[in-house]
Design a protein around this ligand. Structure first.
Ligand code: NAI
Length: 280
């Protein structure tokens, strides 16, 4: 009798174990047909993330800040490359600092693309300077874009993801949310704030099967970096990274998509440096 029960229990355990096996690493097939919002998707890291998702068949909505003709051309170029990958695309300028605009954008995405499963809070800026010289508007622009923007988008998608009991959110913070340097008090504060937001959102949304994580890129070769940062700072960053190089946008994109895949289903509230060992 004992052995019969033992056998039945073993069989049950095996069945349960099989049923709950995670998918193989980075199974993009499971992301096919889903809808992802990428904020600041028109250039740099955001564009690379959008393209990486689209490679796996995920439909993309992205927003950007209209700062003139070049910003609109960048957005159109991203949309063109996405459409070439045969996914649906919705994009428009939407200022992440404006909570009403964010709310409208999220509603439009649902209507245009028929759902919403993934949010990548990537839009971000820097306005560097010693804190004793920093103007109110320089502090506000950075904190409102990087931190308020991520909060507004997270708040706007939360009811949708909670109702469907599924969602993936990834916040693009920075190594400078973990350690700082001279002249970036606004940026470092906003990025550290995003880490707090990541953990809080993970706690509040986890019970409804929503994963919230962050990536913390080191120095990544985007035009923002190559045009805006002094060459000697980039040389120092390259030396400080134990892998001896700057990162590429694709280096970040791969980790972001992984965090949204079934392979990462048991990861939440994590902050993953993508920095070539810069923080070591
Ligand atoms: P980028 O300047 O190429 O792209 C920034 C994107 O954000 C653009 O699409 C822009 O239109 C959008 N954006 C800016 N303000 C906005 C607003 N108010 N509303 C809506 N969209 C807005 O910059 P990059 O380098 O691709 O940076 C992307 C993210 O990665 C940022 O959050 C940045 O802080 C972060 N990051 C970048 C690193 C790097 O070395 N490039 C390192 C660590 C983090």
């Amino acid at each position: 009798m004992d052995s019969e029960i033992h056998g039945a229990v073993e069989a049950l355990l095996e069945e349960v174990a099989v049923a709950t096996q995670p998918e193989p690493l980075y199974d993009v097939r499971r992301l096919r047909g889903k809808v992802a919002i990428v904020t600041g998707g028109s250039s740099g890291i955001g564009r690379a993330v959008a393209l990486e998702f689209a490679e796996g068949g995920t439909h993309i909505a992205f927003c950007f800040l209209d700062t003139g003709a070049q910003s609109r051309l960048d957005a159109q170029e991203t949309a063109r490359r996405l459409r070439a990958l045969k996914v649906q695309v919705y994009f428009r300028s939407c200022d992440v600092r404006e909570s009403h605009d964010v709310k409208d954008f999220v509603a439009e995405v649902q209507e245009e693309l028929g759902g919403l499963q993934i949010l990548i809070n990537n839009a971000g800026i820097g306005r560097d300077g010693a804190l004793w010289n920093m103007e109110d508007h320089e502090w506000e622009a950075v904190v409102r874009t990087n931190l308020d923007g991520a909060f507004f988008f997270t708040r706007a998608v939360a009811p949708i993801m909670r109702a469907q009991e599924f969602g993936k959110i990834v916040n693009v913070t920075s190594v400078h949310g973990i350690s700082s340097e001279f002249g970036i008090s606004n940026y470092a504060s906003s990025k550290a704030g995003m880490i707090g937001l990541t953990r809080s959102a993970a706690i509040e949304l986890g019970p409804r099967n929503i994963n919230v994580n962050a990536v913390a890129p080191g120095y990544i070769r985007t035009t923002r970096l190559t045009d805006g940062v002094a060459p000697e700072i980039l040389d120092r960053a390259r030396e400080q990274a134990v892998l001896g190089r700057l990162g590429d946008p694709q280096d970040v994109a791969g980790v972001v998509v992984f965090l949204c895949s079934e392979a990462a289903r048991h990861i939440t509230g994590a902050v993953i440096p993508v920095d070539g060992g810069y923080l070591l």
